[in-house]
Design a protein around this ligand. Sequence first.
Ligand code: HEM
Ligand code: HEM
Length: 223
Amino acid sequence: MLKQIRAWARSHTERDRYSPVGIAFHWVMAFLVLFQLGWGWYASRMPVGGDKLHAYEVHSAAGLPVLLLAIGRVAWRLIIPGPVNDADRQGLQTDAAYAIHYLFYACFFGLPISGWVMWSSIAAPGPLYLAGVIPWPRLPLEELPVMTRWVLMDAAEDVHHILVYLLLLAVPLHVVAALKHHFWDHHDVLRGMLPEIPDAEDPRAGLRHKPRPGQSPERSAAD
Ligand code: HEM
Ligand code: HEM
């Protein structure tokens, strides 16, 4: 079974594309994270009251799925390596891109977990729901002394804020880099992360790209 899944994914990654599963993970999670950044900012600026509490319930409901998706995505990534594309050259730019990807993965875990700790360490009035429907337990912190819970709450809030600020720096860099690769360098990087639309006349038409150093032009043309 695993062998068949790997072979299916390789039929995409060998053409310098992410597999449809990798692409779905990327865009669903990118959408959720961007929504959470906007909604979290909006909720934090609302006046204290029922509407603010409701806004945070929506924030938690949309943020908790990120944790489950993150577990699935890491498992998928461990089984299926990403493609080697035009952006995979040795150098500072590639190292920076990988560092940003690792930071994103840290945020996929760190933001929901720190949010979950915040929600569990104070006597928050509302329950937690995954995607607004499936009940989600609080962490068992109620036995801890009140002071310890406040310290935990404070630390989790700091972690949440630091990760949010790092995301606010990293997301624009990531997006600008993806657009630069596509429009300026004419690399295949962004195309490999977009759903594949087969060309009726020439199914391989969209897959041409510049050869990488050490790659023969024939191999590139054949790609
Ligand atoms: C990808 C996931 C998430 C992102 C990107 C995110 C982002 C944010 C942002 C931008 C804020 C506003 C910060 C500010 O301006 O003060 C915030 C606050 C908050 N978030 Fe999240 N969040 C995520 C997941 C969660 C989850 C799953 C929960 C709860 C289970 C949660 C609970 C909270 C709470 C309680 C606050 C208020 C903290 C405070 O500022 O006092 N977050 N979040
Ligand atoms: C319009 C917005 C975005 C565009 C155009 C975009 C584009 C891309 C592209 C082209 C890649 C492939 C990079 C490569 O293989 O070298 C990529 C990878 C990645 N992106 Fe985005 N992205 C966007 C938003 C986001 C957001 C908001 C997040 C999460 C916060 C995110 C997280 C990731 C991660 C974790 C990877 C690495 C995937 C892997 O190899 O496991 N992206 N993105």
